[in-house]
Every structure is written in structure tokens, then in C-alpha cells.
Ligand binder design. Structure first.
Ligand code: RUB
Length: 312
């Protein structure tokens, strides 16, 4: 593999690991591009065994960069499945074709999600969000493009402060935004008419997994009768969640939480948490707006088919 290709692949890995590339969809899209690039730049004279050894290794590295992202898992699986018996040049052609399909998929679904979501926003509303989700941002920008007048309350999202990414992005798009530290989350919600968050995963029981704080704020929203919509591409559906997603929820390095912490002080390092379906009014995906149980049923029914159909 050439120097530039290796750099692009390694750079993408590094940028995913250090959160320069963040958000489930962003990680999935960049993983697809990095894998296609890697496959395209393999030496032509490799044996099939060596070729697949390298490709599988690249796939594993990408997946392990953020091992709790089902969208990335689904995308990587989609890009390589059914190809292991094919000669390398066919594999390259198919993977490049599938990369295009993946990119188009996310472009089309983002457009649909933003259209469905923007319908929920009306003039004078205050929308609350936590962290930074490209799906939520797309909805808010679409509502702005439709000339709706609303404000967004956003919480900072310690320890990585993705709330600031959201606040800056909204500000750039001239959407009024108010920033709250996490411990002022109840105040942010009390002023709000609706809560919109993204998801890293939706499980087969209709639970959503998202950034730490999401469940706490969902519970507060529930207390005040504020509807919560989880905004997500259907490729974040995680059919294996029932077999242990809980055990695998991402944890951060201790220094992100407290540099210089006394050794004997224990530390909770959770970065994500689940949101129970009974706290969620609806899941906004490219399929429409469904209650979580219905969304999970739809996905269960369509999951294999969804991937088979796109593989053709
Ligand atoms: C981002 C986060 C987002 C989801 C959905 O966390 O929790 O809400 O990933 O994002 P991190 P999107 O910054 O740790 O990746 O809608 O962009 O897929």
C-alpha cells in the first residue's frame, strides 16, 4: 500500500479515536471511505489470503476505533459481506460501488429525517438538545430554511463538551441558541417545548443509546411532559443488542474526567447510556416517525432484507 493511502487510513483512524470525527453517522461515513481507500490501494500481486488478511485487519481496526457504534458495524459489514470468494479486482470494484451506496444512503436519509423532524417544529418553540447529533442539526437547519422561528437550548455535555459543537454550528446558521452547563439541564428543559437527541444505537427492544446525560434529561423531560424524539438513521439499529450491548457501552480514559485525581478516588467513566422506550415519544428516522416499539419491529422485519437489497 502506498504512503498516501496508509496516511489517509491511519489519519482517519486517529481522527475517529481522538473524536475529531464524532457522531455515529460521521464515524460510519468516514469508516466507509477509509475502508474503500484501503481496499483500492492494496498491491495488485497479493494472494487472495494475504489480501483478505489485510482487509479484515483494516475492518477490525476501524470498528475497534469506536467499538460501540452499530452504524459503523453495519456499514463495514455491508461493504464486505459476500465478497470473500471473489478475486481482488472484483472486490475492489464492489467495495468502491458500495462506498458510493453508503454515502448516498446517508445523504438521502438525512434529507428525509430533516423533513420529518422539521414538521415537529413550530413558530415560537424552544427545542432542547444534548451533545452533538448531525441528525438533530439537519432537522434544525431544515426548520430554519422553512423560515420557522424557534430557539435551541443546548447542554454542554461533559467531558468532551460536544454541546459547544452544536452551539457553534447553530450560531453559524443564525439559529438562536442558549448554552447551559450540564448541571443547569433542568432549567434548559423547563424552558423547552420539545427535546431532540440523536442516537448511537437503537436496540431490538426499542431502547436508544446516546451520550451520557441523555437518560437523565429524558427523565426530566418526562416529568414536565415534554415530548422526546430520538433522531436516527435506521442503520443504527443494533440487532445484537439483546446479547450484551449493555456490557459494552463505551467508557472514557480517566484523565478526561479528572486530571490529577487522587489515586484512591473511584471514578464513573461511562460516556453513553440507554434511554428506555417509555421515555421516548417517537423515533424520527428515514422510515418516518414511529413509537420505539414499532420502529424496532419494523427494523426486525426489514433488517436482513435492507442489507441484501443494497448489496445487489
Ligand atoms: C455523539 C452522540 C450523538 C450520536 C448521534 O457522541 O452521542 O448524539 O452519535 O450522532 P460522540 P449523529 O461525540 O462521542 O461521537 O446523529 O451525528 O449520528
Amino acid at each position: 500500500m502506498g504512503h498516501i493511502a496508509r496516511n489517509f487510513f491511519q489519519n482517519t483512524l486517529k481522527r475517529i479515536k481522538n473524536l475529531e470525527i464524532q457522531g455515529a453517522e460521521g464515524v460510519a461515513i468516514h469508516s466507509a471511505r477509509a475502508l474503500a481507500y484501503f481496499v483500492r490501494h492494496q498491491k495488485k500481486d497479493l494472494s487472495r489470503k494475504e489480501f483478505w488478511h489485510r482487509v479484515k485487519n483494516a475492518e477490525r481496526k476501524l470498528f475497534n476505533a469506536r467499538p460501540t457504534e452499530p452504524a459503523t458495524y453495519n456499514v463495514l459489514k455491508f461493504m464486505l459481506s459476500g465478497l470473500s470468494r471473489k478475486p481482488a479486482e472484483d472486490v475492489v470494484e464492489r467495495v468502491v460501488e458500495r462506498e458510493r451506496i453508503v454515502l448516498e444512503h446517508f445523504e438521502e436519509t438525512t434529507a428525509k429525517i430533516s423533513e420529518f423532524g422539521a414538521r415537529k417544529i413550530s413558530n415560537g418553540m424552544v427545542v432542547y438538545t444534548h451533545c452533538h447529533s448531525s441528525a438533530v442539526m439537519a432537522i434544525l437547519k431544515k426548520a430554519k430554511a422553512l423560515k420557522k422561528k424557534f430557539r435551541v437550548n443546548v447542554t454542554e455535555t461533559r467531558p468532551h463538551l460536544q454541546g459547544r459543537i452544536s452551539a457553534r454550528e447553530l450560531n453559524r446558521h443564525k439559529i438562536p441558541v442558549k448554552y447551559f452547563i450540564d448541571s443547569a439541564g433542568r432549567q434548559a428543559l423547563k424552558e423547552a417545548d420539545m427535546m431532540l437527541i440523536g442516537a448511537d444505537a437503537v436496540t431490538s427492544t426499542g431502547q436508544a443509546i446516546n451520550k451520557i446525560g441523555s437518560e437523565m434529561f429524558a427523565e426530566i423531560a418526562h416529568l414536565y411532559d415534554i415530548p422526546l424524539y430520538v433522531c436516527t438513521d435506521s442503520w443504527k439499529y443494533d440487532p445484537e443488542s439483546v446479547f450484551g450491548y449493555e456490557l459494552n457501552v463505551e467508557k472514557g480514559k480517566s484523565t478526561i474526567f479528572w486530571r490529577g485525581k487522587p489515586k484512591n478516588v473511584a471514578l464513573n467513566r461511562h460516556l453513553f447510556e440507554k434511554i428506555d422506550p417509555d421515555l421516548i415519544s417517537g423515533i424520527i428516522s428515514e422510515l418516518g416517525i414511529y413509537p420505539p416499539g414499532v420502529f424496532a419491529e419494523e427494523m426486525k422485519r426489514n433488517y436482513d432484507w435492507l442489507f441484501e437489497r443494497r448489496k445487489k
